[in-house]
Design a binder for this molecule. Sequence first.
Ligand code: RP5
Length: 174
Amino acid sequence: MAKTPPAPLVGIIMGSDSDWPLLQKGAETLRDFGVPFEVRVMSAHRTPDVAAAYAAAAEARGLQVLISAAGGAAHLGGVIAAHTVLPVIGVPVAGGPLNGLDSLLATIQMPAGIPVATVTLGSAGPVNAALVAVQILSLSNPGLRRKFHAYKDKLRQKVAEGDAKVQLELAKLG
Ligand code: RP5
């Protein structure tokens, strides 16, 4: 009999399937940490009822962190945050004539009381959003915390290797 997949702890929500190529790296990051997640497309403007209902039901469904990505007049993070007490991490998506400045400001500039913890524009955004989600979950999950330590060790190792490589190249310059 097929094993039932674990219930998702993180919900990745995006305003359009056109956001998916960018968000994929975030999904991969959660997968690498072994965090169960789901991915849904819903829009603050085109399907506001779906977005509100999803956010309102998220806590009872066992989700613990929501990642919300949208471009342009990006209200999705704010709408989601308005309907849940779960932490919402906003990913601004670039595109269009303002190159993402519109979505960055729309996502980050929330009024007091309804935070959307916003990450950077560009490909680092979804990865960092996933890492923040892992950090939040690891507060009550020692196994996940250990994985995060290992992840940081790997980053340190990569920089040390990069330094060694540059020193070698410098030495060759004489
Ligand atoms: C936003 O509008 C979406 O999040 C997307 O980034 C942008 C463009 O959407 P499409 O016109 O490609 O569906 O709501």
